[in-house]
Write a protein that binds this ligand. Structure first.
Ligand code: BES
Ligand code: ZN
Length: 456
């Protein structure tokens, strides 16, 4: 690896500059105004693969384009599929960014920009890992296929049909994804579980127009009051979700896994400080890591109704709306949850109010077996690059396509997150530690070598 190591050393500034180039492209998948940025980012990624001699295609979908690239084929060695995403979450609220979301800026060893860690920076570690092999050794020690999408942050609505329709083309021995976090600084991790998600929009409509709350209040159901009542009815004071049947498929945590999670070096005080709270809360009877990683949850993400301007306005609003989601654990079926929610909401909706429920994205949770040669190979690569063996963690976030890869391609997935919990993903001032970026590239280089020796 010595020639590769010196190549990486000599390329540090250029790797960072290339990442900055991609970060300057505002590829926000949720906002139609950024369609141009989406196309530009897809083209940038495709060009990057073309430059290192990969057979590359930008593939149109019903939504945002996919980029697919293959390294020059080598006989008799394993094939690994790398998945990542070039789309990013909206940058709002803009006034809270210290430097512009699409003007990558270095501060204290970090690179700040929307998408720095989620997922442009992490995705590029594998592109550069492949480049280093090609430049230093003339070829990769295995076959690489890259599938980089532009809709991850909106639930990957068009990826599943593509994967199911291209099984042969995507055939591989395992999938590698870097779109998550380490356990902490200098505590790299291999993630063996993700939560799933079921996301909804509810809208309540009452009177035909806003009313004077003095003249009419008390005589008609106020949609905002009704919404508040409905939303709080979904969870009890012990943090248990009250939808009938919600816990039917939740597999209880084994004593062994509980002990494993409890043994992780988790610092509750530091966690509270990091997120700026004076107390933690959640489902009674579970630790903070259990609440974040292995228990299902319910969170309201947006609420709107009535007067939001300055001062007071005595109004009884004609409608009220909320966005909320459940994070699900493996074995819970998003569709079953959605049906149960729909029927519970119908029962909760008061007379005089019309309720509409819109379903956004959903994805099942996943659990990945740790006793595979691929995990052993990844552990060796991580230890080589980070100087210590990985911890084994789960994550509370979701990557919708992971279960599709497993079901459609019949392979295991390696979740190797290079980020940190305090990277401010989906929030203002997103960052990626440049040290983690370079260690991620180094780990990626080593990973190709380790995985090339695995025989299924
Ligand atoms: N990178 C995250 C997923 C993630 C978050 C992994 C935290 C590990 C830890 C990904 O980009 C993401 O945000 N996914 C969405 C999916 C949703 C839009 C369907 C999420 O979890 O909210
Ligand atoms: Zn994300």
């Amino acid at each position: 690896m010595s020639s590769i190591e010196s190549y990486l050393e000599a390329s540090r500034a250029r790797f960072e500059e290339e990442l900055c180039e991609l970060l300057r492209i505002p590829s926000v998948s949720a906002q139609p105004a950024h369609r141009g940025g989406i196309q530009q980012a897809a083209d940038w990624v495709a060009q990057r693969f073309v430059r290192q001699g990969f057979a590359t295609e930008v593939i149109a979908t019903a939504g945002h384009p996919l980029v697919y690239a293959e390294s020059p084929p080598v006989e008799g060695v394993p094939t690994v599929l790398v998945y990542g995403h070039y789309d990013v979450q909206p940058a709002e609220p803009l006034d809270l960014w210290i430097s512009g979301p699409f003007e990558p800026t270095r501060r204290n060893g970090n690179l700040f920009a929307r998408g720095a860690t989620d997922d442009k920076g992490q995705m590029l570690t594998h592109v550069f890992g492949a480049e280093a092999w090609i430049e230093c050794k003339g070829r990769l020690p295995l076959n690489l296929k890259f599938l980089i999408e532009g809709e991850e942050e909106i639930g990957s609505p068009n990826l599943e049909p593509f994967i199911r329709g291209n099984r042969q083309r995507l055939a591989c021995d395992c999938v590698v994804i870097s779109d998550g976090a380490q356990f902490g600084p200098d505590q790299p991790a291999i993630t063996y579980g993700l939560r799933g998600i079921a996301y909804f929009d509810v809208r309540l409509t009452g009177p035909a127009r806003d009313l004077h709350s003095g003249s009419f209040g008390g005589s008609v159901m106020n949609p905002a009051n009704a919404l508040a009542r409905i939303l709080t009815a979904l969870i009890d004071e012990h943090g248990k979700i009250r939808i009938p049947g919600f816990y039917d498929d939740v597999v209880p945590l084994s004593d062994q896994e509980r002990a494993q999670l409890a043994a992780l070096p988790f610092d509750q005080q530091q966690y509270m400080q990091q997120i700026g709270v004076t107390a933690l809360s959640g489902e009674t009877g579970f630790t903070t890591l259990e609440r974040r990683w292995v228990r299902p949850t319910y969170d309201i993400s947006g609420l709107s109704s009535g007067y939001q301007g300055e001062g007071a306005k005595t109004v009884l609003p004609s409608s009220a709306a909320a966005k909320f989601s459940f994070r699900l654990v493996p074995d819970q079926d998003p569709e079953k949850i959605s049906r149960a929610l729909r029927s519970m909401l119908a029962g909760l909706c008061p007379a005089g109010i019309q309720l509409e429920l819109e379903e956004h994205h959903s994805a099942p949770g996943v659990r990945i077996p740790l006793d595979s040669p691929f995990v052993a190979a990844a552990a060796a690569a991580v230890e080589y690059a980070f100087g210590c063996p990985p911890l084994y963690t789960r994550e509370g976030g979701s990557i919708p396509v992971v279960s599709t890869f497993h079901d459609a391609l019949g392979v295991d997935i390696l979740l190797l997150g290079w980020g940190q919990d305090d990277d401010n993903t989906h929030s203002p001032n997103e960052k990626f530690s440049l040290a983690d970026f370079h260690r991620g590239i180094k780990a990626s280089c080593r990973l190709w070598e380790e995985l090339s020796r695995v025989r299924r």
